[in-house]
Write a protein that binds this ligand. Sequence first.
Ligand code: ZN
Ligand code: ZN
Length: 383
Amino acid sequence: MLYRHFAYRAAEEVVKRFPGKDVYIVEAGATPSGKIHLGNFNDVIISDAVLKALRNLGYNSNGFLVIDSRDPFRQPPIFAPKEFIRESENYLGKPFIEIPDPWGCHENYAEHFVDPVEKNMDKYGVEIGIKWAQEIHGNPVFIKLLLRLIDERKRVIEIYNDVRRRAGHLNLYPEDWIPFRPQCKKCGRIDESVEIIGLTDKYKVKYRCRSCGNIGIADIEKMEGKPPWRIDWPLRWIALDVSFEPLGKDHMASGSGYEMGCSLLRKFFGREPPIPVFYDFVYWVEKNNGKKVLKFSKRKGVGLGIDEWLKYAPPEVLRFQILRRDVSNIFSEALSHWDFDITQIPQYVQSFDKFEETYFNIVERAIDQVKNQVIVDTYLLSV
Ligand SMILES: [Zn+2]
Ligand SMILES: [Zn+2]
């Protein structure tokens, strides 16, 4: 059998799981809590590769990079202006789109970090578009789905606790859990400091804000708050009709958000969850005083932005670095990690050039096309 690039194998699984769709939607995600870096771009490039594979196989495909713009702000990036850091306590727990841009050059905090991604996706040949959480949360289809979960929350709790129990977790969802996070009308917080007291009406929750002391009512039908992310994410799959999504390898663990989402889709909605491709992360390597390996960090600003990469190397080299990895089984293995070393960029470029040469050799001399299909796929998905 022809062994193809993992994006093609994922695309084939997508079609097998969701036969006969007019259009296949792929999803990627990013939280605009700080500088969106190369590591976060894994998600985008992998999704885009599957979109291209689907199209090359003759199917219609579209995709979204979903921005978690309504997630709560928790900590200022250490590279933010001092003045912002000083006043950042006032912004804690508020949605990223409702707090100011620390540098003052964009409408809000979220846009500041998304803008360099949005402006440069084209240059990387990415064909998926940006979708903001506020658009999704304001979508009547999404709200309707959430209301169903509110109505039948006992079943949701059962389904989620079942996953947790099987994974050996001791902390279970309480019987009176309401899958909603109200936003405090007085101070704007949307995080766990806003506690639900109870439902006062079918879709209205009374809350107490531990931060400002306000007691108020949030209307779920008007989305005066948001679902917790373990609910938000699977509802997004349905509302956007997602068939594929790449996932960090932490989601392979039993009891993960992905497993809970899968369980909710299958048991509650009778729908199949998206096909995954798991990946390990990109690490930042410094070799000044002995080898130092750091995790990329949006908050610390560790990691190159995708706009910054273009100052050093062409976009196809980054696509290639992400897509050259392989797994033989997309369901049980993760694409390996990448120790990114900024001083090695010339070598990354060189290895791409060499790969390109190999590709042209194979194609021009028509050698072993079948055996070399992965090389052909990888090259064509990179350029
Ligand atoms: Zn800005
Ligand atoms: Zn408050």
